[in-house]
Write a protein that binds this ligand. Structure first.
Ligand SMILES: *Cc1c(COP(=O)(O)O)cnc(C)c1O
Length: 808
């Protein structure tokens, strides 16, 4: 790409001249950053064209990955590393007097997702591109990403994230690829020659304009596209009369109503938001995406070749938010292409595949029929017909057929059940970890599994080891490459070669140094952002993820307080110095989660200001957890807290990121933790607590009383009384207290408390033995190869998509 620094500089000067028309020395740091992005974008565009030509020439099948969320993080450093030009660019910038880190900091981190689900989509794009899987990501270009979290007196406050304010130099609007999307209106049925046809009229039209962001694969062979759709008016409707009357907002109401569709990311990923605008968003990007896919398919293969769509295209839906892909594809095939129902249905159900992300029935997405029908009248008719035909097919000779129908119907109780629509209209349904898929088959979707077992499979999640190890932890990356070569970047399974260094004292000592440097880097960040001084030589025990009752930040908080209480009672207690770190956002309306953040901050206030314990422990809540802060935090962890109630976390991906950075997992037998254990062996992971079937049995049969446990355990007694006796500077934690005592501790925090503390004490003991600890840490890195998203994508490509997928 660039032969050397001089070659790069020549092109860079030209880019600056073209963009700003002034000499480099008059450019601000931001302008230098922008020119750099433009230059790399230009290179990416060339590779992208080559990628497309290669795919057309080879007649490749394509995957379209539909997701409401893409949490892509900053791109510049990642792409320089993927193109292997970071050194050249760094040298050049140093020569120009610019600091590379400062340039990286200029980039906004687009918060176009809530957490794990959105980050998974981004990791998948990285791996698809590296493996040259032909495909594209489809999402929404939200004007405001997920809110910025600021803590005020320990309480979360939300600030809008206007990430586009200075422009986003990676994106390119593609006006020639714009499509229209229709909402509302009425559908007339016409009978002519015994055939029914539908005329859709009086609808509102929205213009969907795509913005393309390049996805640069490692090695620079392939560049794919993330296509983000923006809602705009098709024609400018400006009410001049209203304007002249001084009603300025009425004058632009039309434009504002339409732009609202792509204005905000809903700040919740696990409960139905129940908002009309959210349903509009879902249909908006689905209709835009499916419409554009069909348009380019017809242009390439001809309108008479639609029967071949499933051989050329796979539409993958990330959870049920894009589930309207199925009825929308049906609508296009029926109303615009005039196919018969059976043929359209056959095409649709062989084209779409679905990933389920939740086992909690209360978190499955549903929409009120009234709202749905009024907003999407033609789509509703099609959903009704899919539902009718599915019910018709039910075998009524089976016992309990009525219960099965209730569990599988799309329309029931006045609601549209999006998961049922997805299972019925997709050829593939996958879970995201072994245990999650088993729970889907045996509990959540068991009636479907009995009917159509061949649709179900598992695809355990993975994360990009290039972003979360190579980019985030340059010290470890260099040490690994020096020891086993650089092939692990392309084939993460090669990390297993590190096991050979298990007893190599010199290697283990360098591993310890790298961790120490990462902890010092995070300590600096904490000092700058919270003014708390933490000791990089203490044990870094970390829980970072969305705040949710089932993820049990409370268990972590109680362990910290219990340690504090024990130290207060016995100041001579031999405790290894610890820094407990938490981070994560709470959904704006989730009162319990917000109180949990306040609780952790209140604990931090008590602990950090107490001279009796301050050389033994510190507690920190880091604000505004996002991909950028995540990349600082994972590499600095000694202990990775993965302590969800068993059976609740579908997979988790934070667990994998910690593991590949050499942190040791303290976790429950939940999600992918179980597969982490299979990979590293019982000696290198600390698993505790209730199993998923035990939790289920308590739910079904009872037998747990949190109140009794508290009476029996003096530690829990003290912890619960502190919640309400004014201990925390007078504040009383009523929601937390009620959830644990009045609501009988639905997530078994108290039940798992004792096994959790015991497992942690074991772990801390191991931690005190430096060589043993370094060995455990090393075995975690060596066992992390399986959790690269390259492995996950290879399984999707071979098992579901049947697309090209290069193995290296
Ligand atoms: C990986 C990641 C998550 C998901 O973390 P879990 O521990 O799996 O819940 C959430 N947010 C960000 C920013 C991440 O990078």
């Amino acid at each position: 790409m660039f032969v050397g620094k001089e070659d790069f500089l020549l092109e860079f000067y030209a880019e600056v001249a073209e963009l700003f028309g002034k000499p480099l020395k008059f450019c601000s740091t931001y302008e230098i950053y922008e020119a750099l992005v433009r230059l790399i974008s230009g290179k990416a565009a060339i590779i992208s064209t080559e990628t497309r030509q290669r795919n057309v020439k080879n007649n490749e099948k394509e995957v379209f990955y539909f997701s409401m969320e893409f949490l892509i993080g900053r791109l510049l450093k990642n792409y320089l590393l993927n193109l292997d030009i970071e050194d050249i660019v760094r040298d050049a910038m140093t020569e120009l007097g610019h600091n590379m880190e400062a340039l990286y900091q200029c980039e906004r981190d687009p918060g176009l997702g809530n957490g794990g689900l959105g980050r998974l989509a981004a990791c998948f794009l990285d791996s698809m591109t590296f493996l040259s899987v032909p495909g594209m990501g489809m999402g929404i270009r939200y004007r405001f990403g997920l809110f910025k979290q600021r803590l005020v007196d320990g309480w979360q406050t939300e600030e809008p994230d206007a990430w586009l304010d200075n422009g986003y130099p990676w994106e390119t609007p593609k006006s020639d690829a714009a499509v229209t999307v229709k909402f509302g209106g009425v559908v007339d049925k016409n009978y002519t020659d015994g055939k029914m046809s539908f005329v859709y009229r009086d609808y509102d039209v929205v213009n969907a304009l795509p913005y393309d962001v390049p996805v640069v694969g490692y090695g620079g062979r392939t560049v794919n596209t993330l296509r983000l759709w923006r809602a705009l008016p098709l024609h400018e409707v400006f009410d001049l009369n209203a304007f002249n009357r001084g009603e300025y907002s009425a004058a632009v109401k039309h434009r504002n109503d339409i732009e609202a569709i792509s204005t905000v990311l809903y700040p919740d990923d696990s409960t139905p938001a129940g908002k009309e605008l959210r349903l509009k968003q879902e249909y908006f990007f689905v209709a835009a995406g499916v419409g554009s896919i069909l348009k380019s398919f017809k242009a390439r293969y001809g309108a008479d070749k639609l029967g071949a769509l499933p051989d050329r295209v796979c539409i993958h839906i990330n959870d049920t938010h894009p589930a309207l892909c199925a009825p929308e594809l049906m609508r296009l095939l029926l109303d615009e292409e005039h196919l018969e129902w059976d043929e359209a249905w056959s095409i649709t159900t062989r084209t779409i595949a679905y990933t389920n992300h939740t086992v909690m029935p209360e978190a499955l997405e549903r929409w009120p029929i009234d709202l749905f029908r009024q907003l999407l009248p033609r789509i509703y008719m099609i959903v009704e017909e899919i539902d009718r035909r599915f019910r018709e097919s039910a075998d009524r000779s089976k016992p309990n057929w009525h219960d099965a129908m209730k569990a599988t119907a799309i329309l029931w109780d006045g609601q549209v059940h999006m998961a049922n629509l997805s299972v019925i209209s997709c050829f593939s349904v996958n879970g995201v970890s072994d245990i999650h898929t088993e729970i889907l088959k045996n509990e959540t979707l068991r009636d479907f599994y009995a009917l159509m077992p061949q649709k179900f499979s598992n695809k355990t999640n993975g994360v990009s080891h290039r972003r979360f190890l190579h980019e985030s932890n340059p010290g470890l990356s260099a040490l690994i490459s020096e020891s086993i070569g650089r092939r692990w970047l392309e084939n993460a399974a090669e990390l297993s070669k590190l096991a050979a260094f298990k007893d190599d004292a010199a290697f283990l000592s360098r591993l310890g140094q790298v961790k120490r440097e990462n902890k010092a880097r995070l300590s600096d960040f904490i000092r700058r952002n919270t003014a708390i001084a933490v000791d990089p030589d203490s044990v870094f025990d970390i829980q970072v993820k969305r705040i949710h009752a089932y993820k049990r930040q409370l268990l972590f908080a109680f362990k910290i307080m219990n340690t504090y209480n024990a130290l207060k009672e016995n100041p001579k207690l031999d405790v290894k110095p610890h820094t407990f770190i938490a981070a994560g956002k709470a959904a704006q309306s989730y009162v319990f989660a917000k109180e949990t953040i306040k609780f952790i901050c209140a604990i931090a206030d008590v602990v950090n200001s107490d001279p009796d314990v301050c050389d033994k422990m510190k507690v920190v809540f880091i604000e505004n957890f996002n991909v950028s802060t995540a990349q600082l935090i994972y590499p600095a962890a000694d202990i990775s807290e993965q302590i969800s109630t068993a059976g609740k976390e579908a997979s988790g991906t934070g667990n994998m990121k910690f593991m590949m950075n050499g942190a040791v997992t303290l976790g429950t037998a939940d999600g992918a933790n179980i597969e982490l254990r299979d990979s590293v062996g019982d000696d290198n992971i600390f698993i505790f607590g209730l199993k998923a079937d035990e939790v289920l049995s308590y739910y079904k049969n009872g037998g747990y009383l949190s109140y009794d446990l508290v009476q029996e355990d003096s530690r829990l007694k003290l912890l619960t009384s502190q919640l309400r006796n004014g201990f925390y500077n007078g504040y009383e934690f009523n929601h937390i207290s009620d959830a644990l005592l009045r609501n009988n501790d639905e997530y078994f925090v108290f039940k798992d408390f004792d096994p959790y503390v015991k497992a942690w004490e074991e772990l801390v003991k191991a931690c005190g033995d430096a060589p043993r600890w370094a060995g455990i840490s090393l075995m975690n890195i060596a066992g992390a190869g399986r959790f690269s998203s390259d492995r996950a994508i290879t399984e999707y490509a071979n098992g579901i998509w049947h697309t090209r997928c290069d193995i290296c």
